[in-house]
Design a protein around this ligand. Structure first.
Ligand code: ADE
Length: 272
């Protein structure tokens, strides 16, 4: 059973988490999801969650006094149960937190994912790793971001990852959470049923997937490639590999640097 919690100022934006594939995982008892309104942790009557940036500049920065208790409660699993309580902070200074988990002890801190365009690129390898997590918490920042001390402090009770879903800027982290959650949850055993469908995903062998076809054999004057009717599995596999190689070379040539290329592969790509 995987537990996902999301803290956001737009809880309704996360409704799709309960639909379709992820909704099915919830029904199957493979996944449980909690969405929490950050404003529940605001202190003033206006429920304010942001303030002007030190040093000046445009936009607003999300307040540490609101995010800190929110992440305390969600880590402890008390959010929505008892919103007042905030975990007593660990006495350890932040810079000793990581080393205290080094001596082979299992690190039981939940994973905190903070989507930001300033993060490390999110990849299929991350999705694969995170599909084994028990508890993942997402912190959605809006505006110009979250006070950086929230991220530093969170290391005391989470393993923290700041990640970007691509080189473009969204208004906030909500859509990135939907993207990451879907990529992770579909890899949990039992969620997609058919295991082969993961092994043949784009990226699982470092290549983009080539084209696929279904009936009818001819449609609007366009024929399905002949080789797919040959009944010769080796020939079909070779053809699919060639298509994947050529597509990758055409649209993402930089990916080929990390692929083991056989002599046959190199020939298809015109590399010898
Ligand atoms: N928040 C805003 N833009 C983002 C991006 N590209 N990736 C992740 N989170 C974001």
């Amino acid at each position: 059973m995987m537990r996902l919690d999301v803290v956001t100022i737009f809880p309704e934006y996360l409704d799709p988490l309960r639909h379709a594939l992820l909704g099915k995982a919830i029904e199957q008892g493979i996944l449980s999801v909690g969405v929490h309104d950050l404003r529940d942790w605001a202190h003033d009557v206006h429920k304010s969650v942001d303030d002007t940036p030190y040093g000046g500049g445009p936009g607003m920065v999300m307040k540490p006094e609101v995010w800190g208790p929110a992440l305390d409660d969600v880590a402890a699993g008390v959010a929505g149960v008892e919103l007042e309580s905030s975990l007593p902070h660990l006495e350890k200074p932040v810079d000793t937190v990581e080393s205290s988990y080094e001596a082979g002890e299992r690190d039981e801190r939940p994973l905190l994912i903070v989507p930001t365009p300033a993060g490390k690129p999110f990849t299929q390898a991350d999705a694969r790793e995170w599909s084994h997590e028990e508890h993942i918490v997402f912190a959605c920042g809006r505006y110009e971001g979250i006070d950086q001390r929230v991220i530093v402090d969170a290391e005391r009770r989470y393993r923290v990852r700041e990640v970007s879903i691509g080189d473009y800027v969204l208004i906030g982290g909500e859509v990135a959470v939907l993207v990451i959650a879907e990529a992770v949850v579909r890899l949990i055993p039992g969620v997609l049923g058919n295991r082969r469908s993961h092994e043949e995903d784009s990226f699982s062998d470092g290549l983009l997937e080539g084209p696929s076809y279904t009936k009818p054999r001819t449609w609007r004057g366009l024929d399905v490639p002949e080789v797919l009717f040959s009944g010769n599995h080796a020939r079909v596999d070779r053809w699919r590999r060639d298509q994947a190689l050529l597509r990758t070379q055409a649209v993402r040539p930089e990916l080929l640097a990390d692929v083991d290329l056989s002599p046959a592969d190199r020939k298809v790509l015109g590399l010898e």
